[in-house]
Design a protein around this ligand. Structure first.
Ligand code: TYD
Length: 206
C-alpha cells in the first residue's frame, strides 16, 4: 500500500502524517511501515533539498527537474524496494507537489504543457499511489498556522496568490485523475482532521 499526503504549506500535512503513521502501525495493523518525505528521503536528498529550497535556481524547469531527480532516486532507493518487501509506504509529498507547485501554479505555463507534464509520471513509470490525501485549507488559515510556527517568511516570500494557485492546482490535478484521491477539509482542529483521515481510510481500505 502506497499512501501520499499532500497540501499547501500550513495545511498541517506534516503533523497529520506523523499521527497517521502511528495509527497505521498501532491501530490498522501495518507493522511494516516506511515513513518518508520529499524532497529528501534518500542519501543525497538533503543536498538536493538545500539546492532546491535555497531558492537560487533561476529556471522553473531546473526546479521541476531537480524535484524529479530527487523523486526518481527516492523511488529507486526507497519507495520501490519497500513496496516490494510488502511495506506500507507513507510519503509526505510526491508527484502532485511538483505538478501543483512548479507547473499548475505557474500562469506562464499553458494548459497543454501542464497536462503533458501531468502524464510524465506514467511515462517514466513512477509507482502510482493507492491513495492521495489532499489536506485542503484556504491561504488565510495556512498563513495563520505558519505565523504561529514562526515559518511565515517563506510563505510571504512567495506570496499568498502563489499559494492560492497551488491550492487550485491541486484540484485540477485531482480532477484529471481522481482515482484514489481523498480530499479532506483540513481547516478544523488537529483532532477533527485526524479523525476524518482515519475514518476515510477505514471506509476505503479496511
Ligand atoms: P518542507 O519544509 O518539507 O515543507 P512542508 O512540511 O510544508 O512540506 O518544504 C517543502 C517545500 O517544497 C514546500 O514549500 C513545497 C515544496 N515542494 C515543491 O515545490 N515541489 C515538490 O515537488 C516538492 C516535493 C516540494
Amino acid at each position: 500500500m502506497f499512501i501520499v499526503m499532500e497540501g499547501i504549506d500550513g495545511s498541517g500535512k506534516t503533523t497529520q502524517t506523523k499521527l497517521f503513521a502511528e495509527w497505521l502501525k498501532n491501530s490498522a495493523g501495518f507493522d511494516r511501515l516506511f515513513v518518508t518525505r520529499e524532497p529528501g528521503g534518500w542519501y543525497a536528498g538533503e543536498t538536493v533539498r538545500e539546492l532546491i529550497l535555497g531558492g537560487n535556481l533561476s529556471s522553473v524547469w531546473s526546479e521541476f527537474f531537480a524535484f524529479m531527480l530527487d523523486r526518481c532516486e527516492h523511488v529507486a532507493l526507497g519507495i520501490t524496494p519497500e513496496l516490494a518487501k510488502g511495506s506500507c509506504v507513507l510519503c509526505d509529498r510526491y508527484m502532485p507537489s511538483t505538478l501543483a507547485y512548479q507547473i499548475f501554479s505557474n500562469p506562464d505555463i499553458p494548459d497543454e504543457t501542464a497536462e503533458y507534464m501531468f502524464r510524465m509520471s506514467d511515462v517514466i513509470g513512477l509507482p502510482k499511489p493507492d491513495c492521495v490525501y489532499l489536506l485542503d485549507v484556504n491561504t488565510g488559515v495556512a498563513r495563520r498556522r505558519l505565523e504561529t510556527r514562526g515559518k511565515i517568511d517563506s510563505f510571504d516570500a512567495r506570496g499568498e496568490n502563489f499559494f492560492s494557485r497551488v491550492r487550485s492546482g491541486y484540484d485540477k490535478i485531482m480532477n484529471l485523475s481522481p482515482d484514489g484521491w481523498i480530499k479532506i477539509d483540513a481547516s478544523g482542529s488537529e483532532d477533527e482532521v485526524f479523525s476524518e483521515i482515519t475514518a476515510r481510510f477505514s471506509e476505503a481500505f479496511l
